[in-house]
Design a binder for this molecule. Structure first.
Ligand code: PGA
Length: 233
């Protein structure tokens, strides 16, 4: 089975760049790719050639929540995936595990498949606390409601830094996540994220228990994304 590539475009690209992004992808042979642009760009990227996901959403379907976009509205726009609990949401926008739980629940209710990001910061890694952090963050998954889950293991210190854990460190965490979710009899895809690029994608994707990758900076250029796809297809 081909590896799943999720592109997190974060708060990047202009409308014209997004329109070009779609054109480049539609002319390529990609498969099994989810593109997550800024919310304002979602409608410009929709295509039957690849999937589109949001980077966030709000857990109440409708009401007086100025500035928010609900999962209910996202689903109505044809969005089937959403990144949840990215470390930039947790750290810059103070999202805690309680809010993340509500978002997961709302995704499920609206038939959106969440891509839940979990991972340790530098101090936690140095203090050998990685598995404790993973356990704490997984505690908030509403197991009973899921049929399928995508988990992205993203060590916070690896995001946008060019640093990545060793392959055996990545493998250890991916295997651990799979093991505990499989015990709950869930069909789970586990991705790695954090400074994935053209030089390391093949090695990361060849690890046992790695179902794919979540790519930030290296996905801003669609040709780069296609090159990465070709490395692992
Ligand atoms: P990066 O970002 O690939 O630029 O490190 C990954 C992410 O934040 O999901």
């Amino acid at each position: 089975m081909s590896k799943l590539l999720v592109a997190n475009l974060k708060m990047n690209l202009t409308k014209d760049e997004i329109i070009n992004y779609k054109k480049v992808l539609e002319e390529s042979n990609i498969d099994n790719i989810i593109i997550c642009p800024s919310s304002i760009h979602l409608p410009f990227l929709l295509s039957d050639k690849y999937e589109v996901g949001s980077q966030n959403g709000y857990f109440i379907n409708k009401g007086a929540y100025t500035g928010e976009i609900s999962f209910y509205q996202l689903k109505d726009m044809g969005i089937n995936y959403s990144i949840i609990g990215h470390s930039e949401r947790r750290n810059i926008f103070n999202e805690n595990n309680g809010l993340i739980f509500n978002k997961l629940k709302s995704c499920i209710e609206n038939n959106i498949l969440p891509i839940l990001c979990i991972g340790e910061n530098k101090e936690e890694r140095l203090g050998s606390k990685t598995i404790d952090v993973i356990n704490e963050e997984l505690k908030y998954i509403p197991y009973d409601m899921f049929n399928e889950i995508i988990i992205a293991y993203e060590p916070i210190w690896a995001i946008g830094t060019g640093l990545i854990p060793t392959m055996s460190e990545i493998s250890e965490v991916l295997t651990y996540i799979k093991k505990i979710l499989n015990e709950k009899e869930k069909s789970v895809k586990v991705l790695y994220g954090g400074s994935v690029n053209i030089s390391n994608i093949k090695e990361i994707c060849s690890l046992d228990n790695c179902d794919g990758v979540l790519i930030g900076g290296a996905s801003n250029d669609p040709n780069n994304l296609i090159n990465m796809y070709n490395e692992v297809k």
